[in-house]
Design a protein around this ligand. Structure first.
Ligand code: TXA
Ligand code: MG
Length: 342
């Protein structure tokens, strides 16, 4: 199969929507990361997503909708708390896990009794869902385990020859995936932090909690609340090591390790915020001034450093408030929780 890549236009949207209606998969931009979509109500179409991504069958997909009417047939009920969050944060980067309607194909929910639903705010994503007039099941459009794509070029890196079409809508705004909030249990629980921060959620629902697996590896034998938690994620080919502590100590330690690695003949890179003065002359990828800017570039950084053939990425830990929580969640997974306190 050859993969077409089209700039977003009315004609391109038409083509993408007709592919979706015909049971094919299409990659499209959202405000978080690029998604790989299929008609959520067609199991055979959804199966093509799992095949293209080589995604484990036990990892459920998010159903994307363009309006609240589309919740009919996806979820059994919308509890008042979920209603308030939809009111506050939809359309936007918030996925709500709710009790699923029996009509949702098993393959979408990976056999769970719940389904994740989200209304994206990206105009192209909304237009595509409307034109296809079906809920669109879509994971991030990367090969399973790889960093999520924040540009059409990233999608092509992973999906060339595997899917018929990529819609190119430019770089994603948030750069990390949506917040996944479990609304099916007694206490609303963040399973994956994202663009709608914990602080934002708590301003509407003070009882929102954060699952322990967000910043820690899943304990041996523990049951993952979100199947995605147990799979290796966001992993570049390079080894990633996260250094945590006071800024000066972290910079000294990273610089020393960098020199040791490069003197040993291997290639290293430093992933940091904005202050690069302590790293003079070394290979540095500065993510940005604040955690929003840093999150937006993290996945691009991991792919760029891979393309440079870097063996080891030495990364500064970030704070864990606001968008920092999503940033650290992705960074720790990219590092396979290889983190050193200095
Ligand atoms: O921003 C996003 O959410 C992007 C764009 C394309 O919308 N999509 C995305 O999908 O990141 P994916 O499949 O890469 O990540 C979905 C995460 C996985 O960790 C999955 O395990 C979890 O959400 N998830 C999905 N449905 C769930 C459910 N019913 N219960 C618990 N976790 C669920
Ligand atoms: Mg993903």
């Amino acid at each position: 199969m050859t993969t077409e890549c089209l700039q977003v236009s009315d004609a391109a949207l038409c083509r993408a929507a007709s592919l979706l209606r015909a049971g094919e998969v299409v990659a499209f931009p959202t405000e978080t990361v690029y998604g790989l979509g299929a008609d959520a109500m067609k199991p055979q179409a959804v199966a093509k997503i799992f095949a293209a991504k080589e995604r484990p069958a036990d990892n459920p997909l998010i159903a994307h909708i363009a309006d609240r009417a589309m919740l009919q047939g996806l979820v059994r009920a919308v509890p008042p708390d979920a209603e308030r969050l939809m009111e506050a944060f939809w359309p936007g980067p918030l996925t709500l896990v709710l009790p699923k309607d029996a009509r949702v194909p098993e393959i979408v929910s990976a056999g769970l009794d719940t389904v994740g639903v989200r209304m994206p705010s990206h105009p192209t994503a909304l237009a595509l869902i409307r034109a296809a007039s079906c809920p669109v099941a879509a994971p991030s459009a990367n090969r399973s385990g790889r960093p999520s794509p924040t540009r059409a070029a990233h999608v092509l890196e992973d999906m060339q020859g595997r899917i018929p079409l990529v819609l190119d809508g430019g770089p994603s705004g948030y750069g990390v995936e949506s917040t996944v909030l479990d609304m099916a249990g007694a206490v609303p629980t963040v399973l994956r932090p994202g663009g709608v921060t914990v602080e934002m959620l708590q301003s509407v629902l003070p009882k929102v909690q954060v699952d322990g697996a967000v910043l820690q590896p899943l304990a041996e034998g523990a049951q993952a609340k979100s199947p995605g938690m147990k799979h290796r994620h966001y992993a570049p080919r390079a080894q990633v090591l996260v250094m945590r502590g006071a800024k000066d100590a972290v910079q000294k330690s990273i610089a020393a390790q960098y020199d040791e690695i490069t003197h040993g003949g291997r290639r290293a890179a430093i992933l940091c915020g904005a202050g690069t003065a302590g790293y003079g002359g070394r290979n540095v990828y500065a993510l940005g001034q604040d955690t929003e800017a840093m999150a937006a570039r993290l996945f691009d950084a991991l792919r760029t450093l891979d393309a440079q053939g870097v063996d080891v990425i030495l990364a500064e830990a970030s704070e864990v408030s606001g968008m920092g929580l999503a940033l650290m969640n992705r960074l720790l997974r990219a590092a396979n929780f290889d983190v050193v306190d200095v």
